[in-house]
Write a protein of this length. Structure first.
Lengths: 331, 325
């Protein structure tokens, strides 16, 4: 493709750079997580978002600070983009007390009340009804807030998806349904699990407006998400966006990745969200290689600082094992 | 004042709706139909469709919506028609509501109340008659309560709504038409303690929900034969009030646990284990239990009766403990 045919970056430079920065932060953070997993510093399940960064970076930058986010077990990118500190997320991965969930949640359960991040849900589809409820509370209390719920295409097979879409549409609730279609539910391809593979058609069955977006293009993601969020905030009901994306890494660190062709992975990598944006910005003269290197260096620095923070973190005393099973009475 | 259990539940709900604008009721047929058990009849007209919300038949979604609404600052009361149907929402109650505070490191509490009918006795057959309270009572992070008396039917909702964490309320379906006296003057009730409903010196009958009344009936029959049974109403199934149970067992030195759940893995088994752990040397006889037979609850009246704990079975169990066969 010649530079002349690159799609223009139709957002202000400041926003484009902010989204680029978020994508690079996620990429560097997760590459480091993979290393740390190999060193057994991080244990349990670790689901990497690498390849899908444009979705979180584009969509979350379309939300207002008062909006809520409900995410999945592949949510590090959402947390970092939302402004949860890399320190708190990394310390959580280490299982340290300084982690955002005090070491109770790990990689799959990143929560942050300050930025209204309602997890980190490791039951596929489990966050959808919760998002409907947050939106109901906003509507009943007359607030103009939006709840954005992220879920994979695998969740579309769950009853929770259909029940939640119906309820949100029926009651005209302010939910932005953001489907991250990375084509594989763990190892099962969409076409092997769904009779109808056009996810927007499913959403349209509930009379919900839909949009299909190139999830490898952060600008397209942002514009699609913005359209959805603006619609939802007007109070006309929910909106469904399918972001077509791809994860480069295996489902989790345990996954031998035997169910897809290497050629397919390589083909998607050519569409990588980070160089997709950098190439376009460079072609438009809005980004230099030095600019990019500075962003990259800052991300690496942030991640290394987070690793140091997590290393220096402390273990929750075992005496506090049962803390927060119930809300403790106010003292 | 004399009233039905239904009226007592209804008054509790009305009170909550009238005094706290954050409270709303949501579930299948709670509005236009008036509630499956006519508990919320007239509420739709009184409180409006925003606060009395008829839902589609989507137990998973509307219970989960209750969780989200609770997180969003409301005080939802979610009604699930029966415990059997609640299995469709089990994921949201167990995997989300119960775990949310702990797995978020204490950042979020879920002040959700879920009400559901439980139990057999109305010939509704296998899929509407089971007692699965102990499935919920197994799970840390939720409280499980089972009002058996008019006072508790009237009063337990208020502390349940005031609780910052999820509370599951079981209302035995057979009790809705049950009549009794509401205490005067009224005193608020707690959701922490078990209660001795009838004092006695010879044996402790531990029961909850529908079996409380069967245990009281058994106690009356036993009294006629000179055996004084103490009846403890558990009221709260999680966390269990060990102190009240053990104090009673230490007095009577014998215990029979009456539970409408199936025997295997029952709540009765848990109560028995605790008595063994905490009061073994105070016992004069092995702890016994009367539970439902290990069959799906059948439709035909005589079979249904035979499947459930009944006063004669309780009396027989007590006599066996006392060596009076």
């Amino acid at each position: 493709m010649s530079e002349g045919s690159l799609k223009p970056v139709t957002v202000p430079r400041e926003l484009a750079i902010a989204m680029l920065r978020d994508m690079v932060r996620i990429r560097r953070f997760e590459e480091r997580c993979a290393d740390l997993y190999g060193q057994q510093k991080i244990r349990g399940f670790l689901h990497l978002y690498i390849g899908e960064e444009a979705v979180a970076a584009g969509a979350i930058n379309a939300l207002a600070p008062e909006d809520a986010i409900v995410a999945t077990y592949r949510e590090h990118g959402h947390a970092l983009t939302r402004g949860v500190s890399a320190n708190a997320v990394m310390a959580e991965m280490y299982g340290k007390r300084e982690g955002c969930s005090r070491g109770r949640g790990g990689s799959m359960h990143v929560f942050d009340a300050a930025t209204r991040l309602y997890g980190g849900n490791a039951i596929v589809g489990g966050g959808l009804p919760l998002a409907v409820g947050l939106a109901l509370a906003d509507k009943m209390q007359g607030r103009q807030r939006v709840t954005a719920v992220f879920f994979g295409e695998g969740a579309v097979a769950e009853g929770a998806f259909h029940e939640s879409m119906n309820l949100a549409a029926l009651w005209k609730l302010p939910v932005a349904f953001f489907c991250e279609n990375n084509l594989y539910a763990m190892g099962t391809a969409l076409a092997r699990s769904e009779s109808q593979t056009d996810l927007c058609v499913k959403a349209a069955a509930f009379k919900v407006p839909t949009l299909k977006v190139d999830g490898m293009d952060v600008v397209a993601v942002h514009e699609g998400a913005k359209q959805a969020v603006e619609y939802v905030r007007r109070g006309d009901g929910p909106f469904f966006v399918e972001f077509q994306t791809y994860r480069y890494r295996a489902h989790s660190m345990f996954d031998p990745d035997l169910y897809r062709d290497k050629a397919e992975v390589e083909a998607w990598k050519k569409r990588g969200p980070i160089h997709n944006l950098t190439n376009r910005l460079k072609a438009e003269g809005r980004l230099t290689e030095d600019d990019f290197l500075a962003i990259d260096a800052a991300a690496t620095h942030e991640v290394e600082a987070a690793v140091a923070f997590a290393e220096a973190g402390t273990w929750e005393p075992v005496e506090d094992l049962a803390r927060d099973v119930h809300t403790e009475p106010a003292r | 004042m004399k009233m039905t259990y239904r009226e007592a539940v209804r008054q509790g709900l009305r009170d909550a709706l009238a005094t706290d604008p954050r409270v709303f009721l949501m579930g299948e047929d709670v509005g236009k139909y008036g509630g499956t058990y006519a508990v919320s009849k007239g509420f739709l007209e009184e409180f409006g469709p925003e606060r009395i919300r008829d839902t589609p038949l989507s137990e998973l979604a509307f219970v989960g919506t209750g969780i989200g609404a609770a997180l969003g600052g409301m005080r939802p009361i979610v009604e699930v028609m029966t415990v059997n149907f609640s299995l469709l929402a089990l994921d949201q109650i167990v995997n989300t509501a119960a775990l949310y505070r702990h797995m978020s490191g204490g950042q979020f509490s879920v002040p959700l109340v879920v009400r559901m009918a439980t139990g057999a006795g109305r010939q509704l057959a296998a899929q509407h008659s089971h007692s699965l309270e102990n499935w919920y009572a197994h799970v840390p992070g939720i409280k499980v309560i089972a009002p058996a008396t008019i006072d508790d039917a009237r009063g337990m909702l208020k502390p349940a709504l005031a609780d910052p964490d999820p509370v599951v309320i079981f209302e035995h379906a057979l009790l809705y038409n049950f009549e009794g006296e509401l205490s005067e003057p009224w005193r608020d009730v707690d959701i922490a303690s078990a209660k001795v409903l009838r004092p006695g010196r010879d044996v402790t009958l531990v029961a909850y929900a529908g079996t409380v009344w069967k245990a009281l009936e058994a106690a009356r029959q036993l009294a006629a034969e000179g055996v004084e049974a103490e009846v403890v109403d558990l009221r709260v199934l999680r966390p269990l009030d060990d102190a009240t149970i053990m104090a009673s067992v230490r007095r009577t030195r014998r215990a029979v646990v009456v539970d409408e759940g199936w025997r295997t893995g029952s709540l009765a088994a848990e109560v028995m284990a605790r008595i063994m752990e905490q009061a073994f040397y105070d016992l004069d006889a092995p702890v016994a239990r009367v539970c439902s037979e290990e069959v799906p609850i059948p439709y035909a009246k005589h079979l249904e009766d035979a499947a459930l704990p009944q006063p004669p079975k309780i009396v027989a169990a007590v006599k066996q403990l006392l060596g009076k066969t």
